[in-house]
Design a protein around this ligand. Structure first.
Ligand SMILES: Cc1cc2nc3c(=O)[nH]c(=O)nc-3n(C[C@H](O)[C@H](O)[C@H](O)COP(=O)(O)O)c2cc1C
Length: 207
């Protein structure tokens, strides 16, 4: 099974990088083929809102996002790791998500040409998992990130199946303060990879 791991922080080697490293290590252990994407290394711009993809399902902007589209399309699993920035995902991740509008349009055009046959179709598709970290501890801390990721998965024809969101992590190495956190990320990665072959997995909820 193929998993895309999206490293969403501009801070290399920080909390969410470490969380995703551990998650993907677990997934690889279960036989997953992993394609990492470091958004901080991508030269890309935001969606132009030009409507070009409405007709073709292809984005008119020719930048590094063109290398990301085939990876997102081929994956059965997508795991996104992003710190919370102003109560949402990072700006770099949001650029990638906005540009995925082309994949949403491609899916819509294909569904129009070949309508799905049967009610089971909506239960299938890609599975998504969200990893996040933030410095504070508010109840709604991850709400926006979760909502954005949920609709990103929806646009890709999939759904979010789980999350691991850690509060009170500010310094670059804070996630290492409690050894259980990265072990949990690793265990979630193993479970996620197994779910891609076994069938549905239930969400675990925020920590
Ligand atoms: C621009 C910016 C905005 C941030 N906004 C929030 C926020 O709204 N809430 C919060 O709890 N932490 C916020 N943080 C803190 C980060 O989420 C936190 O330090 C996180 O652990 C960073 O993850 P990383 O090490 O993977 O980059 C912000 C940090 C930056 C640099």
């Amino acid at each position: 099974m193929r998993i895309v791991g999206i490293y969403g922080s501009p801070r290399a080697g920080g909390n969410t990088d470490k969380m995703l490293d551990a998650f993907l290590e677990g997934a690889r252990q279960e036989g997953a083929l992993v394609s990492p994407i470091y958004v901080r290394k991508l030269a890309m711009q935001g969606c132009l809102g030009c409507g070009g993809c409405d007709e073709t399902g292809q984005c008119v902007v020719k930048d590094d996002m063109q290398n990301v589209y085939p990876l997102l399309e081929a994956a059965q699993g997508i795991v996104l790791a992003s710190p919370v920035y102003f109560y949402n995902l990072t700006g770099q991740v949001k650029l990638l998500i906005d540009r995925s509008q082309a994949l949403f349009m491609k899916k819509s055009l294909s569904a129009k040409a070949h309508p799905p046959s049967g009610p089971a179709a909506s239960k299938e598709g890609k599975k998504g998992f969200l990893l996040s970290a933030a410095a504070t501890r508010g109840k709604k801390l991850f709400d926006c990130a979760r909502l954005t990721f949920t609709y990103f998965m929806d646009a890709l024809g999939g759904h979010m199946v789980g999350e691991l969101c850690l509060r009170e992590l500010e310094g670059k190495k804070d996630v290492e303060k409690d050894l259980r956190w990265l072990s949990q990320c690793r265990a979630e990665g193993e479970r996620f990879a197994r779910s891609l072959t076994d069938g549905p997995v239930e969400a675990d909820g925020a920590v």
